[in-house]
Design a protein around this ligand. Sequence first.
Ligand SMILES: Cc1ncc(COP(=O)(O)O)c(C=O)c1O
Length: 410
Amino acid sequence: MPDIDHSFIRNQFPAFSEPSLQGFLHFENAGGSYACGQVIDSLNRYYRETKVQPYYGFDPSHTAGLQMDQARTRMAKWLNVATDEVHFGPSTSQNTYVVAQALRQHLEPGDEIIVTNQDHEANVGVWRKLEAEGLVIREWQVDPETAELDPAGLDNLLNDRTRVVAFTHCSNIVGSVHPVREWTDRIHAAGAIAIVDGVSYAGHGLPDVDELGADIYLFSLYKVYGPHIGVMVMRKSINEQLPNQGHFFNVDYPTSRFTPAGPDHAQIASINGLIDYFETVYSHHFGDDEVLATRKTARVRALFQHTERRNLKPLLAFLSHHRAVHLIGKVTTKHRAPTVSLTVDGRDPADIAAALAEQKIGIGNGNCYAYRLMEALGIPPEKGVVRLSFVHYTKKEEIGRLVDALDGIL
Ligand SMILES: Cc1ncc(COP(=O)(O)O)c(C=O)c1O
């Protein structure tokens, strides 16, 4: 594995040369990452050159539509799914909401849905609301000591009435990366479908969705160096079963059936910029050889995660040895994203965040919409946790500055 070239990587992100951000440390990437320059340029170009209704025969309309189609195709390749299995919505919360409306029409009273209490509410609440339609909701609960989900808990809940299991690839609080394939295999063996929230995972490398076996896989590009848009992969077989949520005359168009409120055209087109970024990361670190997109996805993902794990070690070492700190999740870096949450004896997370903000360090605090997880862990949801999250562009020296600042504050 080559070492990441941080100066090359950071050159792709205008935020790192933005005068107003000099000296600022971004440790709230789980909330929203910086956007790469390729995406910003693409948005700018779209609005200047092709901001007309797309898909007519005249230029610039034709070019606009072409860019939107290319964005979908290129994203699909990197995710290892078919082009018409990729859907764009305004956000992941909106995408799960639309799918829930389809399931409401599709499922029968008495059918069961399994949700977790580890997930962000976007992958819980919409399914739970279906209880009002006579569906039975089962909760796969975390171990309150470790905050982890045990697959034995899933096995205990699966039965011949289970139709759907919704779980997260990686919690936005705990950070553990789940063995999605193992779990989707169990879910499929029980005859149910798997809806996987990849929002906290995708920024650490795009997944191979086919390999994961998810029937529906969701993530949000504003946490993946892109625009504020939600990506939803829905496998063909599921799309064919679920009722149309779009205009009646779009019933036969797979990518129009689940996007009654399609997002900004410019943002869709700008996904080309994001793929350009991944392509350039690939060729800079691995050469220009012609390989399948899935190979590129795997290599870029490995590069990101290798870099992140190396930087995660000193942070976890500091936090796990601090007497006042209660670290949530694993103290080791294997199968762990660099999303690190904690509470501190006698301290309000908001005060810690404010003290770090004074030192120009941005972190997250609160329940981060993992409200039910807070309750399960005995943490007051209105106070929540301190959340420190970084990605591949974060440098070792920045981790050092964060640790020093925390050392002074805690
Ligand atoms: C794990 C997770 N899932 C879902 C969401 C919701 O995503 P969106 O803001 O695109 O609705 C978030 C947002 O923070 C999240 O962290």
